[in-house]
Write a protein that binds this ligand. Structure first.
Ligand code: PHE
Ligand code: FE
Length: 285
């Protein structure tokens, strides 16, 4: 269909990894948990254990606390179980998808408090690095934060904002906000900077890198319009991390109508990923 054709084009003809044959009109499939092999469960456990060693003192408390309530330690989890616990906590559900899905479908899921999770797991040789999101990234990285009521509300609003941005020509800008918050966001706590972004928390190297003093990356306070204007790197560690003070600030800061932002940004050039503007303060001494 259209979506698969577009993706194939973007990736130079390489097909998407998932099996889209059995997907319904929302791209939802059965997880088919029984089909995972023992080798795959073992690989999951290795991924899980490596991340768990890195998280203390780096991941935010909300993430770690929720992870312990989840079903992630013993192998690839059954989505249904977590989905029930998540629904009880914040009214979100997990749905299984074959892999990447169209933007419209993705936003519709979020707007209805459904988080799509890829069913397949990376190969052993992709232990440290993977191009497309797999079940480890989607489940381990994203689901814990959905147990936080404010963050859960933010994600739903983001989905609604995505549907709106599609009509306003604002998608390129809004995607940067997702990238720099949901995927690569940092939060300031009394103990120092902590990670809440799924892209960092599911990656071995960047968990350490992003909080290391003295790197070439900057750590600056999240200003929404500035973030919407900022390009990002998809093939290296981030050159800028945006820092929030708390999740309420993230929710409140994104609540206003973005229409004027989009209108202004269309008149401006995007900022390179390594920009530091006059007056911006490095938050990692
Ligand atoms: N308030 C934004 C708008 O009007 C939508 C949005 C909410 C975007 C939350 C991101 C996060 O477009
Ligand atoms: Fe992700």
């Amino acid at each position: 269909d259209d979506f698969l054709a577009t993706v194939a084009e973007k990736s130079n003809g390489a097909a998407l990894r998932g099996d889209y044959e059995k997907a319904d009109e929302h791209y939802v499939v059965e997880q088919d948990w029984a089909a995972y092999t023992e080798e795959q469960h073992a690989l999951w456990r290795k991924l899980y254990q490596r991340q768990m060693e890195l998280l203390p003192g780096r991941a935010c408390d909300e993430f770690i606390a929720a992870l312990h309530k989840m079903d992630a330690a013993d192998g690839i989890p059954r989505f249904e179980r977590t989905s029930e616990e998540l629904f009880a906590a914040t009214g979100w559900r997990i749905v299984a998808v074959p892999g990447l899905i169209p933007e419209l479908t993705f936003f519709e899921h979020l707007a209805n408090r459904r988080f799509p999770i890829t069913v397949w797991l990376r190969k052993p040789e992709e232990f440290n690095y993977i191009v497309e999101p797999d079940v480890f990234h989607d489940y381990f990285g994203h689901v814990p934060m959905l147990f936080n009521p404010i963050f859960a509300d933010y994600m739903q609003l983001y989905g609604k904002g995505g549907l709106k941005a599609m009509k306003l020509g604002g998608l390129d800008y809004l995607a940067r906000l997702y990238w720099y918050t949901v995927e690569f966001g940092l939060i300031r706590t009394d103990q120092g900077l902590r990670i809440y972004g799924a892209g960092i928390l599911s990656s071995g190297g960047e968990v350490e890198y992003c909080l290391k003093p003295g790197t070439t990356s900057r750590h600056i306070h999240l200003d929404i319009e500035r973030c919407l204007q900022t390009l990002y790197k998809i093939d290296s560690y981030q050159e800028t991390y945006f820092v929030i003070d708390d999740f309420q600030q993230l929710f409140d800061g994104t609540a206003p109508d973005f229409t004027p932002y989009y209108e202004r940004l269309k008149q401006l050039d995007a900022l390179p990923a390594n920009t530091l503007l006059p007056g911006e303060v490095e938050l990692l001494p």
